[in-house]
Design a binder for this molecule. Sequence first.
Ligand SMILES: [Zn+2]
Length: 68
Amino acid sequence: MQEKARKLVESRRVEFLSTGVYNVIGDHGTYTVSIDYKGNISCNCPGFLQKGKCSHVAAVELIKHNRR
Ligand SMILES: [Zn+2]
């Protein structure tokens, strides 16, 4: 999962849309990752809906860490 997330970041497939909203171009489609005012992060892909985590969310978290 982390490795896949790193690849998404490195290939610049994470797009900043607006505050707390990112577009992630995954292997199977483009998904929206959003962060609410509490800091809860979510994605609209099937994997996130099932498991509560996915490589898209992990990629956005990587980018947020890199910005600091
Ligand atoms: Zn996802």
